[in-house]
Design a protein around this ligand. Structure first.
Ligand code: FDA
Length: 305
């Protein structure tokens, strides 16, 4: 219930204005986000890499309705990829992008062209790109764009969401040689017709999808902070005789950092999803929705208005 309310607020311009200007918001934002500028993301990437962690950088923004904004997002990705290359932070750092930030909502072709330019730059920089998964109305379009990009840039990664009923079947399609697939639970508010609604059903689906990915020929990326699912990931990797370079764990910046280090010290590849930019509102609200304890911060932010 609380999760639904917060996720609905994530799409409200009124609540966005309220939260963005509340003083305490800044401290919550600092916990989950590298900073506002590319230099902040570079600095955090250096620090994470020094701790033995891999990184995927996300330039914040989504649901863009404006072609100039989509171009600006593309250009920011080209800039950060150049900077990562110059700083010798590739291939340990890659980038994650949302097609809706590149124009998917108004023209899928535009989003594809921008994503293609970013993949070409990533390839020049010696790294790669992963396409984030957004709400279910975009899944078919995103997987179509992914297939086109993979024809030219085979390492382009997919993201699948265990809460969607379709995802186990998508995993079967995607678990092929060379295919990088991030499996997450899913962060949006979705109707029962397309998505499992209970924690238990989502977790069971996560395990079924993980089994398919670990048994397949691709490169699974288990994105979760859930201790039980991490344990199952370790177990399945052993069962399918995957060495540490044949799969990875992924977690969000600011969430369970001590667990990220623990897994890295055990020899696993752990990649941290590192967002930066000024458009942090929707991203931060999804993080709050994932953990009721975080909501106390939000309540304080709003009371202080
Ligand atoms: P769950 O939410 O059950 O959390 C398990 C435990 O982890 C909690 O009990 C708590 O201890 C800790 N925890 C989790 N979230 C926390 C938080 N915000 N603050 C503090 N502690 C927290 N989603 C999507 O729809 N599309 C996408 O492209 C991506 N991409 C993505 C990349 C990466 C690297 C990760 C880790 C996650 C995503 N997600 C995502 C988000 C994902 O779908 C999901 O919403 C979150 O990972 C939370 O789910 P968990 O699997 O962590 O389990």
């Amino acid at each position: 219930m609380l999760r639904s309310v917060i996720l609905a607020a994530a799409r409200s311009n009124r609540v966005e204005r309220l939260v963005e200007t509340a003083p305490v918001s800044r401290s919550i934002v600092r916990r989950f986000i590298a900073g506002e500028h590319a230099d902040d993301a570079l600095q955090r990437t250096r620090e994470l890499a020094a701790d033995g962690l891999a990184v995927t950088i996300d330039y914040l923004g989504e649901d863009t309705a404006n072609p100039q904004q989509a171009e600006a997002t593309r250009d920011e990705y080209l800039k950060i990829l150049d900077a990562l290359h110059a700083a010798e932070l590739t291939p340990a750092a890659e980038v994650s992008l949302k097609l809706s930030a590149l124009g998917q909502l108004f023209d899928e072709k535009v989003a594809y062209e921008h994503a293609r330019a970013i993949c070409a730059k990533a390839s020049e920089a010696g790294t790669t790109v992963t396409l984030d998964a957004e709400d279910h109305t975009t899944t078919d379009s995103t997987l179509e764009v992914l297939a086109r990009l993979r024809a030219e840039f085979p390492t382009t990664g997919a993201v699948v969401q265990a809460y969607l009923r379709r995802t186990e079947a998508d995993c079967r399609e995607l678990a092929v040689a060379g295919s990088r697939v991030r499996l997450c639970k899913g962060a949006y508010k979705e109707p029962e017709s397309v998505a499992y609604q209970t924690r238990l059903d989502v977790d069971k689906s996560y395990v079924r999808c993980l089994n398919v990915l670990m048994a397949g020929a691709g490169y699974p990326m288990a994105a979760t902070h859930d201790p039980r699912l991490i344990g199952i990931g370790e177990d399945r990797a052993k069962w399918y005789e995957r060495t540490p370079d044949e799969f990875e764990f992924q977690m969000l910046y600011g969430v369970r950092p001590e667990e990220q280090l623990r897994l890295a010290r055990l020899g696993y590849t752990v990649r941290v999803y590192l967002p930066y930019g000024t458009q942090w509102y929707a991203y931060m609200m999804r993080r709050l929705a994932e953990r009721p304890a975080n909501v106390a911060f939000l309540a304080r932010a709003l009371r202080s208005r």
